[in-house]
Design a protein around this ligand. Structure first.
Ligand SMILES: [Zn+2]
Ligand SMILES: [Zn+2]
Length: 265
């Protein structure tokens, strides 16, 4: 059994809770320690009980609260060497014994949850996405990547729940106020997934996989709206003959508040 809850998702901060009775994991901690503590308590999880924080990459919207959580609660972290090198100067003094370096593509266990880190294409040192499995329940989170590969699809097709990046609407981004270099970066292979690409992935993992819950996340504040992301992905899926709400549930995560709590048996 695995429960999943997004505490916040977006360019101003990311943290997701994945856990069960035995094991409690945080995926990224890109908000203040105070926000994360309140978010966890809001779903009945005592931050002292966290067994580990797994980190995707060193951008500040993913690591802002790491130092505080490590110092305050003694929580161990799991990160690739490249990500660790990119964050070590930004998180203050921490107990190095709590730092576990993992390999890209590694499978490791945190108590009774099996965690897999797989490589993604993003403009960071050594970024990864993660899947989490306990028994037959499996969830995956795939945000902060510029494009997807067959290997990534393979990884998330076996998930019951997938949180999927729907960062921007391509037209809004192109027409918007961002400087040219930033538009190029976001649209590049090492940037972020658009609503349209998110729709393509959603179709694949419903048609060829077992996803029954898809959550959209990491929305841009400037270049997207929740309704637009949702409607774009829904329309793409329906155009492929997938009945949203019937074949699969499609829901949102939020920038600055806790999303739904999903229990996968
Ligand atoms: Zn991010
Ligand atoms: Zn990033």
């Amino acid at each position: 059994m695995i429960s999943f809850c997004s505490l916040a998702s977006g360019s101003s901060g990311n943290a997701q809770y994945i856990g069960n009775k035995t094991t409690k994991i945080l995926l990224d901690a890109g908000l203040s320690g105070k926000y994360i503590q309140a978010g966890l308590e809001g779903i009945g999880v005592d931050p002292k009980d966290l067994d580990g924080i797994v980190i995707t990459h060193e951008h500040s919207d993913h690591i802002k609260g790491i130092g505080v959580l490590m110092r305050r609660y003694g929580v161990p972290i799991y990160t690739t060497e490249g990500t660790w090198q990119g964050m070590v100067d930004k998180i203050g003094k921490v107990d190095l014994e709590k730092v576990h370096i993992i390999e890209n593509n590694a499978v490791f266990s945190i108590k009774d949850i099996e965690v897999k880190a797989y490589p993604v294409s993003h403009d960071a040192n050594d970024p990864v996405g993660y899947t989490f499995q306990n028994g037959s329940a499996k969830v995956g989170v795939i945000t902060d990547l510029g494009h997807y590969t067959d290997a990534i699809l393979d990884e998330i097709r076996s998930c019951d729940l997938v949180m999927l990046e729907a960062n921007h609407d391509i037209e809004m981004l192109k027409m918007g106020s961002y400087p040219y270099y930033l538009k190029r970066r976001i649209l590049s292979d090492v940037g972020h997934l658009s609503n349209e690409t998110s729709g393509e992935i959603a179709c694949d993992i419903v048609r060829n996989g077992r996803a029954r819950n898809i959550l959209l996340g990491h929305l841009s504040r400037e270049n997207n709206f929740p309704d637009l992301a949702y409607e774009t992905v829904r329309a793409i899926m329906e155009s492929e003959g997938i009945r949203v709400g019937d074949d699969v549930m499609l829901n949102m995560t939020y920038r600055d508040k806790i999303g739904g709590l999903y229990v996968i048996k």
